[in-house]
Ligand binder design. Structure first.
Ligand code: HEM
Length: 318
């Protein structure tokens, strides 16, 4: 910087310091400390998704459930211990959140390439992006530099995550509480274009609880989700293409084939109807908005700098 006037040098230094003080994430965070990071994560996810395409969905959901509970800090990955009850056993996650073993596999490969350098929270953010893209969805630049929490909050997991019976106003306010707009919420809900759900979460809707439902669709779902029993029987959330990341979810909603009550709330005569209609016919617009909203989701209250730690094993604090 010898050729720059002093004032410019000072300005550059000040802005670097300001970045650090605000704890901002950066795309190049590991470019010198772990240059192969993104290649390692991508190929591990490619393997996992080839073995089981649903895994892309399961990892995406883990990321959402991590970020919505005190920020994207890998807290959902911590195992319960005799003296600590974390997020894994919270209502929205118990017997439902999955993919932890895949995160462990990626973490051990990343540790082999770059010891004690990359946080579990960042690995989850990268794996999520790659899973979406591997199923045909968009890609985006993942901001990095998150650190891992030393704790987790079961009560926050129970109160901050929306449930499948939520109304539109509840959904909007729960996302607003995280600084996400109603449009962000509608775009992020397009994640339900992939993955599976258990009967217990949509039984009410298909057995007479909802009027805004296509009768043929309800009858189809009742074949494997009876009035009693079969609580954990699975059904695709997007009836059309559950292993393709496309705009089929919004077409389902317009056809009143949303699986959860909460899904159909986005197209039930309310404020999100027009956006749902737009996404149902314009897959490229959905893909672009989804990517933008995922970056916002990933920026929720990260631990940075010397806060938290880089966990060596994603399941336990160092
Ligand atoms: C808007 C409020 C939301 C509600 C009420 C909701 C609720 C649910 C429920 C009940 C399941 C089924 C879990 C099971 O059967 O074990 C599920 C699955 C899923 N959710 Fe959501 N979700 C919401 C938003 C989101 C968001 C924002 C994302 C990601 C950005 C997401 C991603 C997923 C994925 C990918 C699955 C399938 C997981 C798998 O197959 O393992 N969801 N969601």
């Amino acid at each position: 910087m010898a050729f720059l006037p002093n004032s410019l040098v000072t300005l550059a230094l000040l802005s670097i310091l300001a970045c650090a003080a605000q704890g901002q994430l950066s795309a190049s965070f590991y470019s010198t400390t772990c240059p192969n990071l993104q290649t390692v994560v991508r190929s591990a996810m490619a393997q996992a998704v080839a073995k089981e395409p649903r895994m892309a969905a399961s990892i995406l959901r883990l990321f959402f459930h991590d970020c919505f509970v005190n920020g994207c800090d890998g807290s959902i990955l911590l195992d319960d211990t005799p003296t600590f009850t974390g997020e894994k056993s919270a209502g929205p996650n118990a017997n439902s959140a999955r993919g932890f073993d895949v995160i462990d596999t990626i973490k051990s490969q990343v540790e082999a390439a770059c010891k004690a350098t990359v946080s579990c929270a960042d690995i989850l953010a990268l794996a999520t992006r790659d899973g979406v893209n591997l199923l045909g969805g968009p890609t985006w630049t993942v901001q990095l530099g998150r650190r891992d929490a030393r704790t987790a909050s079961q009560s926050a997991a129970n109160s901050n995550l929306p449930g499948p019976g939520s109304s539109l106003s509840t959904l909007i306010s729960m996302f607003a509480a995280k600084g996400l707009s109603a449009s962000d919420m509608t775009a992020l809900s397009g994640a339900h274009t992939i993955g599976q759900a258990q009967c217990q979460f949509f039984r009410g809707r298909i057995t007479g609880g909802d009027t805004n439902i296509n009768a043929t669709f309800a009858a189809l779902r009742r074949q494997t989700c009876p009035m009693t029993g079969g609580n954990s029987n699975l059904a695709p959330i997007d009836v059309q293409s559950p292993i393709k990341f496309d705009n089929g979810y919004y077409q389902d909603l317009v056809g009143r084939r949303g699986l959860f009550h909460s899904d159909q709330e986005l197209f039930n005569g309310g404020s999100q109807d027009s956006l749902v209609r737009l996404y149902s016919t314009n897959g490229a617009k959905f893909a672009a908005d989804f990517a933008k909203a995922m970056i916002k989701l990933g920026n929720l209250s990260p631990l940075t700098g010397s806060n938290g730690e880089v966990r060596l094993n994603c399941r336990k604090v160092n």
